[in-house]
Ligand binder design. Structure first.
Ligand code: NIG
Ligand code: FE
Length: 425
């Protein structure tokens, strides 16, 4: 018998440990191995995982008299989801645009006419900092209720120094006031704002000029650029991201959502942490990413929601040894879901991932896409106790019973924050 733990979770039908990939992401066949312990239990102390193993052993080792002992009754226990790509701080909605698109209007055509991202920019600029925080807190709550315990959130609906700083400040305040951990990314180069409609170069210069201020205030860990048709060229992206890299930002790139402009090569050249979307990318582009160990963050909800047939070639990427992660891309225009469970289902149904590969991509590999592979994304002793309990008998039911929330309980850094499908504070 050893020291009492703060919480012991007993009688898990399956514990998905995802162990062995804290130092480097899972690639190839490793993605199909979830490190499952059947009839398992785990112990948590001071916010960390202190023991994981077969139920009998953990039961013998821990005295939890005065503390919390939870019998999960055969359910699935796994690491909290890590969502490595969202645009979760915005004003308004795009429900009218959704209906226009259903009638056949194109996403990029709407943007060209000053709608799309730019309509969200107008709605976001209208809100005060407080109102923006108030509008977005429910999204963060909803993420937590769906089992996400770490999320990346990008700015990008401000498109001027003051408005981008307002969004980054909102992200910081949401992080401080919420159990979910938020990783902030600066995406000043999300679209060219109305004021610079005929002067894209002028706006690129403006973004470069914003970088030192964002850095100085410590408001973003990463810098991202939307490198695609209708947004920023490869040269624009190189200019902004090179400057960002010199200032010490981690680098991310939106590439190949609509067209392959060569963003994968730029990501490889700059040593980006991830390149995101990749619905359109050449074989050589994938090779360059695999060689330079850049994570491919795939966002199957986007082509699904935009009604586009090109999904990223996930199977080919796995075959070629590229580590891949899954994210929601939660935003009002191209994918308004916060549910990583839905994204896991789409990863299987739309991209041909196995359920196990999709789970690896949504946990440990997603953690690596944020540079957090040593802290979160798997259940191993010494790592943060971000644990979720799913009301299903096996992980294989997760994408199969798609479209509903299976998360029953969420433990964030050792504290129960969702119980019986409700947030507890
Ligand atoms: O990842 N690609 C750019 N940004 C988002 C869409 C943002 C929006 O439509 O508001 C994306 O798809
Ligand atoms: Fe995005």
């Amino acid at each position: 018998m050893v020291d009492p733990a703060d919480i012991v979770l007993m009688n898990a039908g399956e514990i998905l440990t995802l162990s062995g990939a804290s130092k480097a992401p899972k690639t190839g066949a490793q993605m199909d191995d979830l490190g499952i312990i059947h009839n398992g239990a785990l112990a948590i102390k001071d916010g960390l995982l202190v023991d994981i193993g077969p139920n009998d052993e953990i039961e013998k080792r821990y005295v939890v008299d005065a503390l919390k002992r939870i019998d999960v009754g055969g359910k699935v226990v796994m690491p909290g989801f890590v969502d490595p790509h969202t645009h979760a701080v915005f004003g308004g909605s795009r429900v009218e645009e959704f209906e226009l698109r259903l009638k056949g209007k194109g996403y990029l055509d709407i943007l060209k006419e000053g709608g799309g991202i730019l309509s969200t920019v107008r709605a976001t600029r209208r809100l005060s900092l407080e109102a923006l925080i108030g509008a977005c807190e429910p999204y963060i709550d909803n993420m937590l209720l769906h089992g996400t315990t770490t999320v990346e959130v990008k700015s990008g609906y401000g498109l001027s120094l003051d408005e981008e700083l307002k969004i980054l400040e909102a992200i910081k305040r949401l992080d401080e006031g919420h159990p979910l951990d938020i990783v902030p990314t600066f995406l000043g180069a999300h679209a060219v704002p109305d004021e610079f409609r005929d002067n894209k170069n002028g706006y690129v210069k403006e973004v470069v000029a914003m970088l030192p201020r964002v850095k100085e205030l410590g408001l973003a860990r990463f810098c991202d650029v939307f490198c695609d048709e209708g947004a920023f060229s490869l040269e624009d992206s190189r200019r902004i991201l090179t400057e960002a890299k010199n200032l010490g930002f981690g680098i991310k790139i939106h590439a190949g959502e609509f067209k392959d402009l060569g963003g994968a090569f730029l990501a490889a050249e700059l040593g980006a942490v991830s390149v995101d979307h990749l619905d359109h990318v050449s074989e050589d582009g994938i090779k360059a990413l695999a060689r330079c160990k850049v994570m491919g963050v795939l966002l199957p909800g986007v082509p699904f929601f935009l009604g586009q047939k090109n999904q990223a070639q996930a199977r080919r990427m796995i075959e070629m040894g590229l580590p891949i992660a899954l994210g929601t891309d939660f935003n009002p225009g191209s994918c308004p879901t916060v549910s990583m469970q839905m994204i896991i289902a789409l990863g299987c149904l739309e991209m041909g991932l196995t359920p196990a590969e999709a789970v690896s991509a949504a946990t440990i590999n997603a953690a690596h896409a944020l540079g957090l592979g040593r802290q979160v994304g798997s259940l191993e002793t010494g790592k943060r106790a971000d644990v979720i309990v799913l009301d299903i008998p096996s992980y294989r039911h997760l994408p199969y019973l798609f479209g509903v929330n299976h998360v029953d309980m969420v433990i964030k850094a050792g504290k129960i924050v969702v119980e019986g499908k409700r947030i507890v504070r």
